[in-house]
Ligand binder design. Structure first.
Ligand code: SF4
Ligand code: F3S
Length: 106
């Protein structure tokens, strides 16, 4: 499966959702997740993210392993998203900011 990692938090550009052939992105207040049981590993979304927040499970950095569980859990809870929307006004300011996992709104 592919996994949305920490750098999506507060950036949420949503370019990723437009290319997914199985519509398996789910939207929370300031983060998106991929449903691991629905993702078909096509890899189309990964290059679409302007802040490089999407990883294949195999390439997920060691310090973001907890995002596997976060994606699985929140994909069951949040609504599906299939159309791109405007990013938050301050999205640029959050790109690459460390410790953003503490800002995740569930
Ligand atoms: Fe969707 Fe493909 Fe990305 Fe999986 S890898 S979330 S199927 S676009
Ligand atoms: Fe997040 Fe990147 Fe998609 S910032 S919403 S994973 S395009």
């Amino acid at each position: 499966t592919f996994v949305v990692g920490e750098n999506c938090i507060n950036c949420k550009h949503t370019d990723c959702v437009e290319v997914c052939p199985v519509d398996c992105f789910y939207e929370g207040p300031n983060f998106l997740v991929i449903h691991p049981d629905e993702c078909i590993d096509c890899a189309l979304c990964e290059p679409e993210c302007p802040v490089n927040a999407i990883f294949s499970e195999d390439e997920l950095p060691d310090d973001q392993q907890d995002f596997l569980e976060i994606n699985a859990e929140l994909a069951e809870k949040w609504p599906n998203i299939t159309e791109m929307k405007d990013a938050p006004d301050d999205a640029e300011d959050w790109d690459g900011v460390a410790g953003k996992r503490d800002k995740l709104v569930r």
